[in-house]
Design a protein around this ligand. Structure first.
Ligand code: ADP
Ligand code: MG
Length: 277
């Protein structure tokens, strides 16, 4: 298994959409869990000051000794901050409200500002080389904040690809061309390898014409980048974080869990096809 070979390092995926409430954090947690369940070693890197990914993975605020803020300011390496979760093979770099102050913390050095996370990932790849292969991360999933700010900029500069969750509601495509433009700008300037990993439709309600229409429009806009797998609107998905558990541990059999397992499978299959091509 493994998206990245030992020498190439992990596949780094920024989960981004500047709209809030579209399912970024839910996807980071549950896609991470599903990838871990099929044997990938996954690191969820929380880059949102709300720390919802950390909370949803069961990390109390008091246990967030070192956070993604410390990585960005150079006070800690990624490995310094990594915590275990209840899921084997799934790890997290926590975040907290320190990130609210990231702009002023990085104000002194505009030249290197966008590269803080990329440099930390490069250092991680170097550290991994000296460790047994079974401790290497295959995936780093970055949970971005709902904004195209310096944090998302760092995520996209560090990433191989952007995974875009799109909520199946009326304004789904609003802001999406801005997101696409940002990805293209970053590819042209800061990170030439950046691609769109895929687009995942979230909170889909098969009973409504609106969900169907949004799905059709998003598929027309992004073409084959949109995953076949659609994440249904499912109350179990929304309940799980309040128990500090990923959905797959909270209710493995629910429609949401099964959808995230299918999504993980689809992502792995696509990468295999891409590598074979
Ligand atoms: P974002 O990180 O983009 O702001 P979240 O992942 O936090 O979005 O999701 C926003 C809200 O919607 C949360 O309360 C979450 O529990 C809920 N939610 C996400 N996905 C689903 C789903 N498939 N079914 C039901 N509720 C969902
Ligand atoms: Mg979020």
């Amino acid at each position: 298994s493994g998206a990245g070979s030992a020498s190439a390092g992990p596949r780094v995926v920024a989960i981004a959409n500047q709209k809030g409430g579209v399912g970024k954090t839910t996807t980071a947690i549950n896609l991470g869990t599903a990838l871990a369940a099929v044997g990938e070693r996954v690191l969820v890197l929380d880059l949102d000051s709300q720390g919802n990914a950390s909370t949803g993975l069961g990390i109390d605020p008091e246990s967030r000794f070192k956070t993604s803020f410390d990585i960005l300011t150079g006070a800690a390496t990624i490995l310094d901050t990594v915590l275990k979760t209840a899921v084997p093979n799934l790890f997290v770099v926590p975040a907290n409200s320190d990130l609210v102050g990231i702009d002023s913390a990085l104000a002194g050095d505009p030249q290197t500002r966008p590269f803080k996370l990329r440099d930390a990932v490069t250092a991680l790849v170097g550290q991994q080389r000296n460790r047994p292969a079974d401790t290497h991360f295959n995936y780093v999933l970055i949970d971005c904040p709902p904004s195209l700010n310096v944090l998302t900029l760092n995520a996209m500069t560090a990433a191989h690809a952007v995974l875009v969750p799109v909520q199946c509601e009326f304004f789904a495509l609003e802001g999406i061309s801005q997101l696409k433009d940002s990805i293209e700008q970053i590819r042209a300037s800061l990170n030439p390898r950046l691609e769109i990993q895929g687009v995942v439709l979230t909170m889909h309600d098969s009973r409504t014409a609106l969900s169907k229409e949004v799905a059709t429009n998003v598929r027309a806009f992004f073409g084959p980048k949109v995953y076949e797998t659609v994440i249904p609107r499912n109350t179990r998905v929304a309940e799980a974080p309040s128990h500090g558990k990923p959905l797959l541990l909270y209710d493995y059999d629910c429609a949401g869990s099964q959808a995230y397992i299918r999504l993980a499978t689809e992502i792995i299959e696509r990468e295999k096809r891409f590598k074979a091509a």
